[in-house]
Unconditional design. Structure first.
Length: 553
């Protein structure tokens, strides 16, 4: 028989950690003495037990017991009550699967850190029994003696069995405890445990536990002394409540249940730190192992002026200066079936079709200045409208597009609109109504110039609103300004998603999003918007920030 530590436990633990952080935000949003700090400065100490080749590590750097009595302190609020009901259900499920009777069993000894890791893709390296990942849970303890008492009580309950016996063993000066099957050639689901100084270790196999002790005693083996991890941690200096480290090639192999992978030429890793904020949650990211070797400082020191032409009712907005690089990321996202790149592509692909052109080659490669792209939903047909803004260059982009439109047999003409002159690309089509045929001009695109920028869109209404209500833009939006003041000033631009407006459309087009919503319901129930920015490359680390806005202003 093959024994495996269920992946569902890992999902539950990660889910509980993330939901716990959302809950802490809901609580400390009312009691802001703590939240203004964002979290703690210290990094996980339990990484000394985790091997350098670990595919995945997630650490909660606060005591989860702080959630215990939060619900009773909160004002009566239906949304918050729902959140805490979800927390309690997740916590109960976690305790049940871990076979712990109640949180009281943990409270006396559990400290301010819980670190969970996938230690290996296949800990026994036996291809005959399939991939058996190693899992390690490291919990900081407030009292080694109380932690040992907990283990004795816990394993005393497990020992009542005709098929298993309780084993105590010494290994390199550490007392280990685990179960062993009393039936020949039969494996049992086991948890091996030990108290090592200020930490309690739980592993899904005795071998995994022994290797964890080896890692702590031979520093060259553990993650704390890994160069990529050290560089990433050094770059993430903000306070945090949680930290995650992913070795991207091996994490991908773990997800697909591969027992081993060939050593990649470039070993990419991603480190994420999660911080509290009065308006929500902030994730700082550090990507190590990118193909970019030279330093690339952020291209912007202040918000780009293209924001002044992006409608504030857009469900998705992207602004920056390196459009070619951004579009390459979109193409990568399309290959990986990422919903956000697909949403952007669905918005502008109709123009590619109507003009029979390739945006990346025919347009984006010519744009070197600031740009802005936004998507909004047409209230009548519920389809996407797009708007594109770029700085004027010596050769106007719209002149180039006008020539392409003419080559594609579209009519190109100038029209008055809101005291401005616009250019429209139209195509004559035949329609029938009440047995009468008539010709209609179908608009494929419209554009105009304003100040030092070119504005291009597929919708006359979008352009009309843009010209008649210039104050309704993101640069003057109090919501958007409130968000970016908590993001780094020096960056490469912003991707801004209004979740509450975009969610119905996204779920309709990408049903898998509904599953993600259910998995992290407390987060998505309160999520108002999502903002991403990147901060260039320094010392081989590509930095980025994600802001989850949970406040409905």
């Amino acid at each position: 028989m093959k024994s495996r530590f269920p992946v569902s436990k890992i999902v539950i633990v990660i889910g509980v950690i993330f939901v716990a952080v959302v809950s802490l935000w809901l609580f400390f949003g009312k009691y802001s003495n703590y939240i203004t700090k964002g979290g703690v400065k210290n990094n996980p100490q339990g990484v000394v037990f985790i091997p350098k080749q670990s595919p995945l590590m997630v650490s909660l750097l606060i005591n989860p017991d702080k959630l215990g009595n939060i619900a009773t302190l909160l004002p009566s609020n239906g949304e918050q009550k729902r959140v805490f009901k979800a927390i309690e259900q997740l916590r109960t499920k976690l305790l049940s699967q871990a076979q712990v009777d109640s949180v009281e069993d943990l409270r006396d000894w559990l400290g301010d850190e819980i670190t969970l890791a996938v230690t290996s893709l296949d800990y026994d390296h036996n291809i005959d029994n399939g991939a058996k990942p190693g899992y390690l849970l490291v919990a900081k303890n407030k009292s080694p003696e109380l932690a040992k008492e907990f283990l004795q009580t816990y394993y005393a309950k497990q020992a009542v069995s005709n098929t298993a016996e309780l084993i105590f063993e010494q290994y390199k000066g550490v007392n280990l405890v685990y179960q062993r099957s009393t039936i020949v050639d039969t494996e049992i689901k086991q948890v091996a445990a030990a108290v090592v100084a200020d930490f309690v270790l739980f592993a899904n196999d005795l071998q995994v536990l022994k290797e964890a002790i080896n890692n702590a005693q031979a520093v060259d083996l553990n993650l704390a002394h890994d160069l990529a991890y050290q560089k990433a941690i050094a770059s993430l200096t903000n306070p945090k409540v949680s930290l995650a480290y992913l070795n991207l090639p091996t994490t991908s192999a773990w997800i697909t249940n591969q027992g081993e992978i060939s050593i990649p030429s470039v070993n990419e890793s991603l480190t994420l730190s999660l911080a509290l904020n009065p308006k929500g949650l902030i994730i700082h990211s550090a990507l190590f192992g990118t193909t970019v070797e030279e330093n690339q400082p952020p291209s912007l020191t202040k918000p780009p002026q293209t924001l002044a032409y992006i409608p504030d009712n857009s469900i998705l907005s992207v602004v920056g200066v390196n459009l070619q690089d951004f579009w390459q990321q979109i193409k990568t996202g399309l290959d990986n079936n990422n919903p956000l790149p697909q949403l952007i592509y669905q918005g502008i692909h109709p123009l590619e079709e109507s003009l029979q052109l390739d945006f990346a080659e025919d347009i984006f490669s010519y744009i070197t200045g600031e740009y802005g792209l936004s998507l909004s939903i047409d209230e009548i047909n519920q389809e996407l409208d797009w708007l594109f803004v770029t700085e004027k260059q010596e050769e106007l982009l719209t002149d180039k597009l006008d020539n392409i439109a003419k080559d594609r047999s579209l009519s190109v003409g100038k029209l008055p609109l809101k005291n401005n002159t616009i250019t429209a690309w139209t195509q004559l089509i035949t329609t029938s109504e009440n047995n009468f045929s008539r010709l209609e001009a179908q608009v494929k695109g419209v554009h105009t110039q304003k100040d030092s920028y070119e504005i291009l869109t597929n919708s006359v209404n979008v352009l009309s609103n843009n010209l008649s209500h210039p104050e309704n833009n993101l640069l003057q939006s109090t919501d958007f300004q409130s968000i970016i003041q908590d993001l780094p000033d020096n960056n490469d631009g912003y991707l801004y998603l209004k979740w509450q407006l975009a969610e119905p459309y996204l779920v309709k087009k990408f049903p898998v999003i509904k599953i993600v919503e259910l998995a992290f319901k407390p987060l998505f129930d309160n999520l108002q918007s999502l903002t991403l920015t990147s901060e260039g490359v320094e010392n081989g680390i590509r930095r980025g920030t994600i802001f989850f806005n949970l406040v409905d202003r």
